[in-house]
Design a protein around this ligand. Structure first.
Ligand code: NAG
Ligand code: NAG
Ligand code: NAG
Ligand code: NAG
Ligand code: NAG
Ligand code: NAG
Length: 454
């Protein structure tokens, strides 16, 4: 039991996932227009209002055609502070990532709650909105040793159960379309699934919306170890670990009983019956299990000791503004990959920080650049710059896979290139990296995190 708990906690630390992805669409507006001003006035009021209005709020501000409509929702059972913080951070995300588009939506959340912030130049209240979709799969694929047919069958059953519970809506509450389910699968100890619709649509529309989101995931990403698909009217997410604190009160549906299949199992049963394992066997098993437990425990303690007060457990982020992914890596993952930034993994050192070689649990090798502390950058600036860098991908550049900014750590994660080209890029040898330099000069506004910019 303890081992399973530890393993699933480790899974949380190691898994990349999406938290927040703003989708921007509709027509453009000038950043100095009255539409922009109205949005700037309306947005900061939303977090307070949604809490005083029991988790759902819609509002508008200004004169047509510059009137801004907003719709905000938190998940059922929300904690007030968590809801406030969630909406506050998603409105900020919208304003930075969606600077000049009238329509936007973002279903996201933090460790404590799920929430939605939606805006438009026209009232969308009561309208089912099935476009555009935002789909995000877990980067991890289910191992081929698992029975995918069996998994898919149980997954579809869980989708049906969750969908039915979410659309039943026997309550008149504004948070009526919501369901969080937890189930054991034959292939996985626990699977978590969450569905939610905005309350302004009918139960039938909610069903259609959720079916569409499931379809978007199933179509392209069946076989991944989790994912999210959202539309302006609804949200669907599932994972192999608990997220958004949505599953504390949920009763777990146990896995269907396994059918005895293999020879191995049968011989095991015979052995049990005949009590033929013997003390030696039992002791060996206990020793092995204890050893595994100990290893897992040590790894866990190490990660936590490093993490200290950092609270943003196991999350990653991506931005869809330009169709580019921007992953936020969990600090725990990076510590694990680089063995706590061990000096053995050092690839090199420069004025802006030290570069380590890292290996993620899935075997992927990366180069991790840990920026020197005290660069004076705010959280937001750091993220914006990473976002810019992500868009500057070029065949001569080493690919930036993502970043991590937890506590006072600012870390960039690159694809690992075994040969010397990586050194040239990251440590800078300007004469040999003319291409890189040109690109960076073109975007001279980017503050240089790279030695070669100097
Ligand atoms: C809102 O923007 C859409 C285009 O995205 C436009 O067709 C529509 O007329 C606008 N509505 C108002 C009320 O300005
Ligand atoms: C917005 O207004 C400021 C000053 O009022 C001006 O400098 C800036 O160029 C304007 N931006 C746009 C996009 O019009
Ligand atoms: C939301 O907006 C619609 C129209 O814009 C309005 O009729 C409705 O009363 C509002 N609902 C809430 C809960 O504020
Ligand atoms: C879980 O149950 C407790 C007590 O019944 C309640 O206060 C809390 O809001 C529930 N949490 C969720 C996420 O539903
Ligand atoms: C996978 O599961 C399906 C459905 O239970 C079963 O029919 C099939 O034989 C299994 N395949 C393997 C390789 O075990
Ligand atoms: C899920 O529901 C759909 C439609 O209601 C049905 O066609 C499908 O067979 C169900 N799938 C499972 C696995 O129960």
């Amino acid at each position: 039991m303890g081992k399973i708990l530890c393993l699933s906690l480790l899974l949380v630390l190691q898994t990349l996932d999406v938290v927040n992805a703003v989708k921007c669409f509709g027509s453009s507006f000038n950043v100095n227009s009255s539409y922009a001003q109205n949005r700037q006035k309306l947005f900061p009021t939303l977090a307070d209002k949604v809490v005083t209005n029991h988790g759902f709020y819609n509002a508008s501000l200004g004169q047509s055609p510059d009137r801004v409509y907003a719709l905000v929702i938190c998940a059922r059972g929300y904690d007030k502070d968590a809801c406030y913080n969630c909406v506050q951070s998603l409105t900020q995300n919208t304003q930075t990532d969606c600077r000049s588009r009238m329509d936007s939506f973002i279903w996201g959340g933090n460790d404590d709650v799920t929430c939605l912030v939606r805006s438009s130049n026209q009232s969308t209240f009561g309208n089912l909105q099935l476009k555009p979709p935002v789909v995000w799969p877990s980067p991890d694929t289910i191992e081929s040793s698992k029975n995918l047919t069996l998994f898919e069958q149980q997954w579809e059953e869980m989708v049906n159960r969750t969908l039915e519970a979410a659309t039943k809506a026997e309550t008149s509450s504004v948070l009526k379309y919501y369901s969080a389910e937890k189930a054991g699968f034959t292939e996985f100890p626990d699977v978590y699934m969450l569905m939610q619709c905005t309350p302004d649509i009918t139960s039938r529309d909610c069903k259609q919306c959720l079916e569409d989101s499931v379809m978007y995931f199933r179509k392209d990403y069946m076989g991944r170890k989790g994912g999210m698909a959202s539309l302006p009217s609804c949200y669907f997410r599932w994972d192999l670990y608990s997220f958004h604190n949505a599953f504390d009160n949920v009763t777990r549906v146990p896995a269907p009983p396994p059918r005895p299949r293999s020879q191995e199992k049968q011989s095991c049963i015979t052995e049990k019956k005949g009590k033929s394992i013997g003390y030696g066997g039992i002791i060996a098993i206990i020793v092995v299990l204890t050893f595994i437990n100990l290893l897992v425990f040590i790894g866990f303690i190490k990660v936590y000791a490093r993490r200290g007060k950092l609270n943003n457990v196991g999350s990653a982020e991506y931005s869809d503004s330009d169709g580019q992914f921007m992953l936020r890596f969990d600090l725990g993952m990076i510590l694990m990959a680089t063995d706590d930034f061990s000096s053995e993994n050092t690839l090199g050192q420069g004025g802006f920080g030290t570069v380590y070689k890292g290996t993620f649990s899935n075997g992927q090798e990366v180069a991790v650049k840990r920026l020197t502390k005290g660069s004076g950058q705010g959280d937001l600036e750091f993220k914006n710059e990473v976002s810019l860098l992500t868009r500057l991908q070029h065949r001569n550049l080493v690919k930036l896979l993502g970043f991590c900014n937890e506590g006072d750590e600012e870390i960039l994660v690159y694809e690992f290139v075994p040969n010397s080209s990586l050194d040239h890029f990251i440590f800078g040898e300007p004469s040999k990296t003319a291409a890189n330099l040109d690109i960076f000069r073109t975007f001279s506004k980017i503050k240089c995190y790279f030695e070669l910019c100097r």
